[in-house]
Ligand binder design. Structure first.
Ligand SMILES: NC(=O)c1ccc[n+]([C@@H]2O[C@H](COP(=O)([O-])OP(=O)(O)OC[C@H]3O[C@@H](n4cnc5c(N)ncnc54)[C@H](OP(=O)(O)O)[C@@H]3O)[C@@H](O)[C@H]2O)c1
Length: 286
């Protein structure tokens, strides 16, 4: 039995779709945070368990008879590492044989990205857990780029704080498909760490040029100081802790932490990952 956490989320949900397509006879258990969310997922090939990373007992129950766990990193800010610790300990207690964990590109201890530290600690916990693991170190989702681009198509300016650094964006659905490939054959991916990137990194000036060519409108990139970015996020109504996290992402991009290309995703998919140009076309071409 396979358990997918974050099953209502974008990455978990898409991974389930790919798993079902690739393995016609596979039975999947989905971890959700409420009955209601589970009912939305349920079909003859998916059962669900209600559980929360913060509720250890619920995790042990959910992991009963589970051999492979896809541990999707938590989306909450603050106590993420403690949540992951609960999940790994519960997996140990329930006898899970293999954990696939979604981490961050390069998993660097000194990263400017504040959430990276949770990933680094979780990776270390996994390695010392005695359970087989595969770590999927995901680069930044291309899917979040439209949030950064905002109304630039109308205003003609992208305001962000990544300087002239190149950033590797990859499509979240490609990462989901790669999760499904690994989960379908875990023995071939035992104790491996994969840097999940597309084939090319781009600067925000490149992105502005790509958008100009797609929309036939003149679009420029203007770099703004990190503090100004943070203030704008708060002004847009986001909580301070979210603004801090978002600003730390821009900062990590600016120092080149996402300027990296690896072939792991291409090898897992057996095809080229979606390039950012194609991704942006799919969003902005009318
Ligand atoms: N690489 C990137 O660019 C990037 C960007 C953003 C986030 N991430 C990370 O990647 C993960 C997956 O991305 P996504 O797009 O699928 O995020 P998402 O759509 O927000 O999904 C996150 C999932 O985590 C579940 N979750 C949150 N707290 C939980 C808890 N305490 N116990 C159990 N489940 C919990 C949520 O459950 P509910 O459905 O009940 O809310 C949701 O299903 C995120 O959680 C985050 O760690 C990566």
């Amino acid at each position: 039995m396979i358990l997918i956490t974050g099953a209502n989320g974008h990455l978990g949900g898409a991974t389930i779709d790919f798993l079902l397509k690739k393995n016609p006879n596979l039975k999947i258990k989905a971890l959700v945070r409420s009955e209601e969310k589970g009912k939305k997922l349920k079909n003859e090939r998916i059962e669900f368990a209600v559980g929360d990373y913060l509720d250890y007992g619920s995790l042990v129950n959910a992991m009963k008879d589970v051999e492979t766990l896809l541990l999707i990193s938590s989306s909450t800010i603050g106590d993420r590492h403690a949540q992951h610790v609960n999940a790994i300990k519960a997996a140990k207690q329930a006898g899970v044989k293999h954990i696939v964990y979604t981490s961050v590109l390069k998993g660097s201890p000194g990263s400017k990205f504040t959430a990276a530290n949770d990933h680094v600690k979780t990776e270390n916990d996994l390695k010392s857990s005695g359970i087989n693991y595969t770590i999927m170190r995901n680069t930044y989702y291309a899917d979040f780029l439209p949030d950064i681009i905002g109304n630039a198509i109308e205003s003609g300016v992208i305001y962000y704080s990544a300087g002239n650094a190149k950033i590797n964006f990859a499509a979240r659905r490609d990462m989901a498909e790669a999760n499904a490939v690994v989960i379908s054959d875990v023995t071939n991916h035992q104790n491996k760490i994969y840097e999940m990137t597309s084939g090319k990194a781009y600067t925000f000036t490149d992105i502005a040029e790509i958008l100009s060519s797609i929309t036939s409108k003149e679009i420029k990139y203007t770099d703004v100081p990190i503090e100004a970015l943070k203030e704008n996020i708060v002004k847009a109504g986001m909580p301070n802790e979210v603004a801090e996290l978002m600003a730390s992402i821009a900062e990590s991009m600016k120092v080149g932490e996402f300027d990296y290309c690896d072939t792991a995703l291409e090898k897992l998919l057996g095809r080229k990952p979606v390039d950012l140009k194609a991704f942006l076309k799919s969003v902005y071409q009318k």
